[in-house]
Design a protein around this ligand. Structure first.
Ligand code: COA
Length: 374
């Protein structure tokens, strides 16, 4: 294991002050998949927990989904687009290799005063982008950062490969990161309110376990790479499974310890939605009870960088994410990468926001969850 660090956040307190979510309307069930793949609802349900997923309508890309989620997050934070300093898009299915998908999202949302960039960190991208955003706001470099997890992964799947095609789905989620209104300065403090700390890690020795082999500078696209279907996602599911169950536990414990908290302090665990078996195995090792875990993969599959903000949006809409709750976000994916974020949820709009807060919970359909929390 290489390259992991668990910093708590220094500087001024920062928080998530707005959320947005968008899912395409087209539903693809396990039964639908079984009509053209050698698979079954029983196999997919038992091995992954997934029942159905969304697929973006023809002609739509990751940014099209992200733009809708981003606009919702801005409205939710009560922020006008001109106030945003930076737009970060986390994605494994960017519109193009160049330019960044974030540039189109920023432009279409009217963030005329913002810089923009994409974060590429596999399905961990949202947590990585959140860390970059939180650090920038805490330091005073930026006031408002819009983080968008946007995926049209269906475009990068090999629909002849049952090992990957059944796992993923399209969608987008967004969050506004801003200074925490009314909080006192706490430079150097290890615990507080809002976003408390991160543990980010990476192990490039696992690069071949989850990748799109062709289309970059290492293996440029050619007639041969297309014929060999190397422009699609490839995965060694067994290795990724072992990796995920290991790093979730390690990373979660690191960020908790660094922030002076324990598993018992947690109110909500929001893991990346890859596979119910991975989530349940890791939660069991950690000792997180089932009623504190939020999942929506049953309805959306693995939405990669969108999964965590989609969960947050839905959990809040269902009353399962409340002010004062201690929340653990956990991402993992290609790279291989992983990232944990610990935060205390604050249900407020952005400090100094100029717009109107609507507190929309996104266009998501509402709960498909584990048991109700007490
Ligand atoms: N439908 C039916 N059968 C399938 C199948 C599918 N969609 N995909 C694979 N199989 C078959 C395999 O070919 C194998 O058949 P065999 O025994 O005849 O060789 C059998 O099912 C078991 O395959 P295996 O890969 O051992 O299954 P598994 O229990 O490890 O589950 C995954 C496979 C992909 C669900 C699991 O490894 C996984 O979730 N890995 C992590 C993937 C992930 O989360 N990736 C994203 C991370 S961000």
């Amino acid at each position: 294991m290489t390259g992991s660090a668990a910093p708590s956040l220094f500087g001024r307190p920062v928080t998530i002050s707005g959320l947005g979510a968008h899912l395409p309307g087209k539903v693809l069930t396990n039964h639908d998949l079984a009509t053209f793949l050698d698979t079954s609802d029983e196999w997919i349900t038992q091995r992954t927990g997934i029942k159905e997923r969304r697929v973006a309508e023809e002609g739509l890309s990751a940014s099209d989904l992200g733009i809708i989620a981003a606009r919702q997050a801005l409205a939710d934070a009560g922020l006008s687009p001109e106030q945003v300093d930076l737009v970060i898009t986390a994605t494994i299915s960017p519109d193009r290799l160049m330019p960044a998908t974030a540039a189109r999202i920023a432009y279409q949302c009217g963030c005329v005063n913002a810089g923009s960039l994409d974060v590429s960190a596999g399905c961990t991208g949202f947590v990585y982008a959140l860390a970059m955003a939180a650090g920038a706001v805490a330091s005073g470099l930026h006031q408002y950062v819009l983080v968008v997890g946007a995926e049209a992964i269906s475009r990068l799947l090999d629909w002849q490969d049952r090992a990957t095609a059944v796992l993923f789905g399209d969608g987008a989620g967004a969050a506004v990161i801003s200074p925490l209104e009314g909080a006192s300065e706490r430079a150097g403090a290890k615990t507080g309110v809002g976003i408390l700390g991160f543990d980010l890690g990476s192990d490039g020795s696992g690069e071949e376990f989850l990748l799109i082999p062709a289309g970059g500078s290492r293996l440029p696209a050619s007639a041969e790479t297309v014929a060999a279907r190397q422009h699609y996602m490839k995965m060694n599911g067994h290795e990724v499974y072992k990796f995920a169950t290991r790093v979730i536990v390690q990373s979660a414990l690191r960020v908790l310890e660094h922030c002076g908290k324990t598993v018992d302090d947690l109110d909500l665990f929001v893991p990346h939605q890859a596979n119910l078996r991975i989530i349940e195995a890791a939660a069991k090792k950690l000792g997180v009870p089932e009623n504190k875990i939020y999942t929506n993969l049953q309805r959306y599959g693995n939405t990669s960088c969108a999964s965590i903000p989609l969960c947050l949006s839905e959990a809040r809409a269902e009353g399962k994410l409340r002010a004062g709750d201690l929340v653990l976000l956990m991402g993992f994916g290609a790279g291989l990468t992983w990232g944990a974020c610990l935060l205390e949820w604050t249900d407020g709009k952005a400090a100094g926001a100029g717009g109107t807060s609507t507190h929309t919970a996104g266009s998501t359909a509402g709960g498909n969850t584990h048991e109700e929390r007490n």
